[in-house]
Write a protein that binds this ligand. Structure first.
Ligand code: UD1
Length: 424
């Protein structure tokens, strides 16, 4: 199994390009099933989750061509198999995103229930309740969701019980080809939801209000083909900026959308980082200073993202002072705490809050990645650990970070992979 081996202690310095957003690419790839003509998606990150989505679309019957630089052409016209098997869904929860498109376009779908995952129970009840309101008949049997609609789905006013990102995306996709108007209330405002809506509108959908908590979808009878470029990954961008802050470094990241990163940049400035922002780049400079610890509470967008929590906790472990990180989205997203403690971090867990008192430097050790963002937190911790840190089970990282060791090396870190890379 792959490992990353990091010799810590060097400040990051240099310039890198940020990849396309995983959490945007996955729903957009699923949404290509709605089209009636070929669609070309560019800036798709080369990640294991993307490969899984491509495999799923292929097994459903879509014709797929991968062009240079991960631009992907999908022709959904041959779709004939409305099935997402457990084997794929269990490796990637976002597979649930094919449910909305298959149901609304073909009138039926059989999709495995995702089940629990490392960071919490993560049910899909809100996806299913919304689809029922759009007129679908849904039953669950043997671990599978069976969804059916007699004729077209119909528009409805749906108030979602809590803010769910993929739930909002699944319901937008289901409503796009429904008969009449759908209004989604308490919708997720994440930029990736807006990116999906922009993509669908470029194919002829009529969606307004994406980026707010009320999204209106006027159903159309069909969607055409087209081309679309996936937005930059704000979590990948935030991860590298945090790494630079905790190593007392100076970096510039390019091909980003700074306006999607307000909460992250706000808290990075609180650490003492000097941050300059251009139209599509961000520069962070610590002027060699140790970061101050910060207090952060995760919440749906535009507040601080849960996907940046582990990285900020790693930073607080070497920051000056005491910091508190409160997780409100997932119930079990602190598995990195024990691993950080193996590196000498001083953290106490109180309910859903991690309280840490920073030490000047951690000490290298063997640690194990438990989920995608937790693994990123451990890599960051390795960068500020004396001696060598080995992060094991990094297949989690390959699900969400493109070329992570290459990018960190480019920034001057001493990091290498042992084993065979499985991404893509
Ligand atoms: C998405 C992101 C993930 C991020 C998360 C929160 C993708 C592919 N993944 O995941 O990286 O960590 O948003 O920003 O975009 N919930 C229910 N019932 C539902 C749906 C969700 O109870 O039907 C709960 C979940 O258990 C969780 C909370 O709602 O506690 C938010 O989850 P949600 O926004 O749905 O996360 P995902 O869309 O799965």
């Amino acid at each position: 199994m792959d490992k990353l081996i990091i010799s810590g202690g060097l400040p990051l310095n240099g310039e890198i390009r940020i990849s396309g957003a995983k959490n945007s690419a996955l729903p957009i790839l699923a949404a290509t099933l709605l089209a009636d003509a070929p669609v070309v998606i560019s800036n798709v990150p080369h990640l294991h989750d993307v490969t899984t989505m491509i495999e799923l679309l292929g097994s459903i019957g879509a014709d797929i061509i991968i062009h240079e630089l991960m631009s992907i052409e999908i022709d959904p016209r041959a779709v004939h198999n409305f099935f997402a098997p457990y084997e794929l869904v269990k490796t990637m929860r976002a597979s649930i995103l094919v449910l909305g498109p298959l149901l609304t376009k073909y009138g039926k779908a059989k999709v495995s229930l995702p089940g629990g995952c490392n960071i919490g129970a993560r049910p899909v009840d809100i996806h299913l309740a919304g689809m029922r309101q759009l007129g679908a008949e849904i039953s669950i049997d043997g671990g599978y969701i069976y969804a059916e609609s007699k004729g077209r789905l119909h528009g409805a006013e749906i108030v979602m019980d809590l803010v769910t990102v993929t739930g909002t995306e699944n319901l937008i996709m289901a409503a796009v080809l429904a008969d009449g108007r759908t209004v989604l209330k308490n919708a997720a405002r994440e930029p990736e939801v807006t990116d999906l809506a922009n993509f669908l509108n470029s194919l002829g959908a009529k969606i307004t209000g994406a980026g707010t908590d009320t999204i209106v979808i006027d159903g159309v009878s069909s969607l055409g083909g087209g081309q679309y470029k996936v937005m930059p990954d704000r979590i990948e961008a935030g991860t590298y900026l945090t790494a630079a802050a905790m190593t007392r470094g100076r970096i510039k990241i390019k091909d980003v959308m700074p306006q999607t990163m307000d909460a992250i940049l706000y808290h990075l400035r609180e650490t003492g980082a000097m941050i300059k922002v251009g139209e599509n780049w961000i520069e962070l400079d610590m002027h060699g200073q140790r970061p101050h610890a910060v207090n952060v509470r995760t919440f749906p967008y535009p507040a601080f993202p849960t996907d940046m929590q582990a990285q900020f906790l790693a930073m607080n472990c070497v920051a000056d002072g005491v910091g508190m990180i409160t997780e409100t989205i997932f119930e079990n997203r602190f598995m990195h705490v024990q691993e950080l403690q193996r590196l000498g971090a001083n953290i106490k867990l109180q309910g859903n809050t991690a309280i840490s008192e920073g030490v000047p430097m951690l000490t290298g050790a063997q640690v194990m990645a438990t989920d995608l963002r937790a693994s990123a937190g451990l890599v960051l911790a390795g960068l500020v650990s004396a001696g060598e840190t080995t992060v094991d089970r990094i297949y989690h990282i390959d699900r969400g970070y493109e070329c992570i060791e290459e990018k960190f090396s480019q920034l001057g870190a001493k990091i290498r992979r042992e084993g065979r890379k499985i991404a893509g």
